[in-house]
Design a protein around this ligand. Structure first.
Ligand SMILES: Nc1ncnc2c1ncn2[C@@H]1O[C@H](COP(=O)(O)OP(=O)(O)O)[C@@H](O)[C@H]1O
Ligand SMILES: [Mg+2]
Length: 318
C-alpha cells in the first residue's frame, strides 16, 4: 500500500484509505459497481398522513460516483433528509429504483439491511452520541458491533481520535465537549470502520460558522485522502459556495440543480484559511507520542499511524 492512501505533505496524520468493504459488501451481495456509488432512477416518495400528502422526492434522477464529494442543498422541507433515508433504506420509494454500491435496494433482503448500513457511515446534526460513554467508548462501540477484536479496537480508536484532533479528550463524556468536538467524535465513529460511503445530514446545523468550516474540512479530508464517497446535506450555503464541490439542489422534492463545481483549488483553500493540502491547525502533526493517551492507551508511533490499512484492502474502496 505504498502509494495508497495519499498523504498530505504537512506531516499531519494521513487518513486511511476507505475500506473497500469487500467482505461485508459481498455478504450483502453488493458488487463492485463500476464507478457509481449511488444511482436514483425516477425516484418518487410521498408521505401520506390522513388527507395530507407531503412530497419527499419527486421523480429524481441522479448518479453519484465513487470518490465524489457532493453537497445536497435546499430549504427546510425540500427533501434532503428523505434523500438520505432512502439511501439508508430507512424508507422505500413509491416509484423508481435506487442503487447503492451497485445493488438495487428494492431487492435487498430485510435481513441484509443492517449490513448495508454498516457500509455507510452516518453523521447527524444532533451528533447522536451515547451520553454515558466516553469519547473512546463511543467510537469503540461502532467497532464492537462489527465484531472487531479488543486488540484491533485498542489499535484503531486512538488513531482516529488523533485524526479528528481529540487526543486530549479521549476520556471526556459528550456533555464535557463543545458542539464541534461532539461532531468530531461523531465523524470519527462514522469513519472508524472505513465505510466506502459517508453521509452527513446537516452536520453543521448546530455549529457556529468557524466550527462548521473545521467540520467540513474534516469531511473533505476523509473524501480526498481516504477516497470515501461523501454526501453532505446542508442548508449552509455560505460554506457550500466557498468549497466549490458538486452541488445537488432540491426543491419540493425535485432536483432543480446539479452543478459540478471546479476543483478545490489552492486559491480557495487560502481564501478560507486552509493551507495547500486543505488541512488546518486543528489537525495535529504526527508525533511519536500522542497527547491524551498517556497511561490510558499506548502511544502510537508515526509508523503505526500510517499502518492503518488492512492487507485485504483494495486500492480504491468499493
Ligand atoms: N416521516 C414523515 N412523515 C410525513 N411527512 C414527512 C416525513 N418526513 C418528511 N416529511 C415531509 O417531506 C418533505 C421533505 O422533508 P425532508 O426530507 O425532511 O426535508 P429536509 O431534510 O430538506 O428538511 C417535507 O414536506 C416534510 O414535511
Ligand atoms: Mg432534513
Amino acid at each position: 500500500m505504498s502509494d495508497n492512501p495519499r498523504t498530505s505533505d504537512t506531516g499531519s496524520m494521513r487518513i486511511p484509505a476507505a475500506d473497500p468493504g469487500t467482505q461485508a459488501m459481498h455478504q450483502v451481495g453488493l458488487k463492485p459497481p463500476g464507478s457509481a456509488m449511488v444511482v436514483f432512477d425516477h425516484v418518487s416518495k410521498r408521505y401520506v398522513e390522513g388527507d395530507h400528502v407531503s412530497v419527499g422526492m419527486d421523480d429524481v434522477n441522479l448518479r453519484i460516483d465513487k470518490g465524489e464529494f457532493v453537497f445536497v442543498v435546499g430549504h427546510s422541507g425540500s427533501g434532503k433528509s428523505t434523500f438520505i433515508r432512502l439511501m439508508l433504506k430507512e424508507s422505500d420509494p413509491d416509484q423508481g429504483k435506487i442503487m447503492v454500491g451497485g445493488r438495487s435496494l428494492s431487492t435487498l433482503k430485510a435481513s441484509k439491511v443492517p449490513l448495508l448500513r454498516r457500509n455507510i457511515g452516518c453523521v447527524f446534526q444532533d451528533f447522536k452520541l451515547l451520553p454515558n460513554r466516553s469519547v473512546f467508548e463511543n467510537i469503540a462501540y461502532a467497532m464492537q458491533v462489527t465484531g472487531a477484536s479488543k486488540q484491533e479496537i485498542r489499535r484503531r480508536v486512538p488513531q482516529i481520535i488523533h485524526l479528528v484532533g481529540l487526543s486530549e479528550k479521549v476520556d471526556r463524556f459528550p456533555d464535557e465537549l463543545s458542539g464541534g468536538e461532539q461532531q468530531r467524535v461523531s465523524i470519527a465513529r462514522a469513519f472508524i470502520n472505513r465505510p466506502p460511503l459517508l453521509i452527513a445530514d446537516e452536520p453543521t446545523g448546530n455549529l457556529d460558522p468557524e466550527t462548521s468550516l473545521g467540520i467540513m474540512d474534516l469531511l473533505l479530508r476523509i473524501n480526498r485522502e481516504g477516497g470515501t464517497t461523501v454526501i453532505v446535506a446542508t442548508h449552509d450555503t455560505g460554506i457550500v459556495d466557498r468549497l466549490r464541490k458538486r452541488v445537488i439542489q432540491l426543491e419540493g422534492g425535485r432536483l432543480v440543480r446539479d452543478q459540478a463545481r471546479g476543483g478545490y483549488d489552492d486559491t480557495v483553500a487560502q481564501e478560507i484559511g486552509l493551507d495547500r493540502t486543505g488541512t488546518t491547525s486543528q489537525f495535529p502533526a504526527v508525533s511519536a507520542h500522542v497527547p491524551g493517551t498517556t497511561g490510558v492507551f499506548p502511544a502510537i508511533t508515526p509508523q503505526q499511524l500510517q499502518d492503518t490499512t488492512d492487507p485485504t484492502d483494495g486500492p480504491e474502496g468499493i
